[in-house]
Design a protein around this ligand. Structure first.
Ligand code: SAM
Length: 292
């Protein structure tokens, strides 16, 4: 077994050797605690039959743990300066491929097809760059990639919103979007001290397991998401007020919206944060004929 990259000493040594300076704009907070990395890979449920996708390998702290515990790793790194460093730090591992690309612009599906032939179990595992946490997770889910799930470090506040239940102040359109595709669990909160440099926010690890079936069948998924986003446009407003102000020609269609609310069994005076995914599904289907 090689010396872990993720210790304060080794990380400083690597950064010094290459004269690397952190770019805050790229969310560069590297992990320097091997225990946290072991925890992440354990929660991801990896075996040698798993292929892992990593976003943002940095200097390879998590990547080497993935290389040890899974069959193959493909990692997307946007920062060109890190590519030669990764070539050095990950040289003991022959099952890692680094792709120098912004993951948001990558054709992840084609890469899965090319790189993971023969693997039925694919997991995304990462310590995400915090400035793009939500777009990355939504891209991976909305592209309906053949993955088992996503186990990632993120800002605790975003993790709270993703895993929130109805009736809580964290519950919103992000909770619904992600819980529509996955079962979301916060598996661990993480102190700032395990990062270099330390981030300004608290962190957590979340595990998203893709659902076989969505929790509610709807006529039109895009419209369902439009209805949920509209319902949370102003949290203090009632669902009726949000829908009339947000849906196209909503004010003129107020009577039809009231009719749809009644059909879905939702009181117009309720707030979006009190509706379950099933209620949003019923509401979206009742509104659908009036807006399409
Ligand atoms: N995995 C390393 C670790 O845990 O120490 C580094 C994690 S650091 C929080 C985030 C990494 O994502 C950085 O290496 C950064 O350069 C990279 N990154 C930022 N934006 C990216 C993007 N859009 N696509 C791919 N990588 C990105």
């Amino acid at each position: 077994m090689h010396k872990d990259i993720a210790t304060p000493l080794r990380t400083k040594e690597i950064l010094g050797k290459y004269g690397f300076s952190f770019k805050k704009s790229l969310g560069q907070n590297f992990l320097i605690d091997p225990n946290i990395l072991r925890n992440i890979t354990e929660h991801a449920g990896l075996t040698k039959d798993t292929a892992a996708i990593e976003i943002g390998p940095g200097i390879g702290a998590l990547t080497e743990h993935l290389a040890r515990t899974s069959g193959k790793v493909v990692a997307f790194e946007i920062d060109q300066r890190l590519i030669p460093i990764l070539g050095d730090t990950l040289s003991p591992y022959d099952n890692v491929k680094i792709i120098n690309k912004d993951v948001l612009e990558a054709d992840v599906e084609s890469i899965i097809q090319e790189e993971f032939e023969g693997y039925d179990d694919i997991m995304v595992v990462a310590n995400l760059p915090y400035y793009v946490t939500t777009p990355i997770i939504l891209k991976l889910l909305m592209e309906r990639l053949p993955i088992r799930g996503i186990c990632v470090m993120l800002q605790k506040e975003v993790g709270d919103r993703i895993s929130a239940k109805p009736g809580t102040k964290e519950y919103g359109s992000l909770s619904i979007a992600i819980q529509y595709y996955t079962e979301a669990e916060m598996v661990m909160t993480v102190p700032k001290t395990v990062f270099m440099p330390q981030p300004n926010v608290d962190s957590a690890v979340i595990r998203l397991t893709k659902r076989e079936q969505p929790p509610v069948e709807v006529i039109d998924e895009d419209f369902f998401f439009t209805v949920t986003r509209s319902s949370f446009a102003q949290r203090r407003k009632t669902i009726l007020n949000n829908l009339t102000s947000q849906l196209p020609h909503g004010k003129e269609k107020k009577e039809l919206i009231l009719e749809a609310l009644s059909k879905a069994g939702v009181e117009p005076s309720r707030r979006g944060e009190t509706l379950s995914i099933q209620e949003f599904g019923a509401l979206s289907d009742a509104l659908y004929p009036h807006f399409n």
